[in-house]
Write a protein that binds this ligand. Structure first.
Ligand SMILES: [Zn+2]
Length: 263
């Protein structure tokens, strides 16, 4: 009675306390039969036309960070989609949206924002150029404003095209990498056992964008993307981080998925 009585109303008691940082990976959707020319390729230059949509939860001794929120809102998921609700996947490892301390998304495209409204009680970390575009009167394409409208009133940490050390110890750093969208960002993670990982968002979609130097046709600003890619290349070399292209099926297929985790 004593312990329970001291918890604030609505506090999640199941959420795990951790002594070192973890990364959980979720299946948040499937995009099939993409047009490869949309990504700057000729037919046959890439081995697959299918994407995975990944969501990630970082659990740190000082809080939790949700990174990207999926393709389809949980409430709109079709039973035959083969994708389980994000809230179900979170519950299976002991978390509810109310437990999440921070929300950040790589960018505003609708395959990354589907369940964003569920995390409106978290502190939203966003680049100012991205937030401005998200709440502009004229939404750009590949944007679903209804999926993130609740964030307008969230506690927000606005970044001015800068990097941000989420937990203050260098273990989870959001890095500005604009070009795909005005305020696209990536997430650098430094693990005790599993080394350094960079969640690259949509800096690339296919690994061949990197090797063949191609850009999607729907890039917000190609020269800016080129600069971001070069800066991240340099950063990867310096940190020896493994770059995780979030839509890449091959990377996902061999990754640890929740309830397993990186640590
Ligand atoms: Zn995407």
């Amino acid at each position: 009675m004593l312990g329970a009585g001291l918890l604030p109303l609505g506090a999640q008691t199941k959420a795990k306390l951790v002594s070192s940082m973890r990364l959980y990976v979720f299946d948040c959707g499937h995009i099939k039969a993409m047009s490869v020319t949309t990504f700057g390729f000729k037919e046959g230059e890439v081995p697959t036309r299918d994407f995975i949509v990944t969501c990630y939860l970082v659990v740190h001794p000082r809080g939790t960070l949700m990174w990207d929120t999926g393709l389809t809102p949980d409430s709109a998921l079709k039973p035959d989609s083969g994708v389980r609700p994000l809230k179900t996947q979170l519950a299976e490892i002991g978390y509810a949206p109310a437990d999440i301390t921070y929300l950040a998304m790589s960018h505003y495209h609708s395959d990354h924002t589907a369940n964003a409204n569920d995390f409106a009680s978290a502190t939203w970390i966003v680049q100012t150029a991205e937030r401005d575009a998200m709440f502009a009167d004229q939404p750009t394409r590949i944007m679903a404003q209804a999926t993130f409208s609740a964030l307008k009133n969230s506690q927000t940490k606005i970044l001015m095209g800068e990097d941000y050390d989420v937990f203050g110890d260098g273990s989870a750093v959001i890095k500005s990498a604009p070009g795909h969208t005005p305020g696209h960002q990536v997430l650098f993670l430094k693990f005790a056992k599993d080394g350094n990982i960079l969640l690259a968002g949509d800096l690339y979609h296919f690994p061949e964008e990197q090797t063949l130097n191609r850009f999607p046709t729907f890039e917000f600003n190609v020269p800016q993307s080129g600069k971001s890619r070069a800066a991240i290349d340099e950063f990867l070399a310096k940190t020896k981080a493994m770059m995780w292209i979030s839509h890449d099926l091959a990377t996902y297929n061999k990754a640890k998925k929740a309830p397993q985790y990186y640590e």
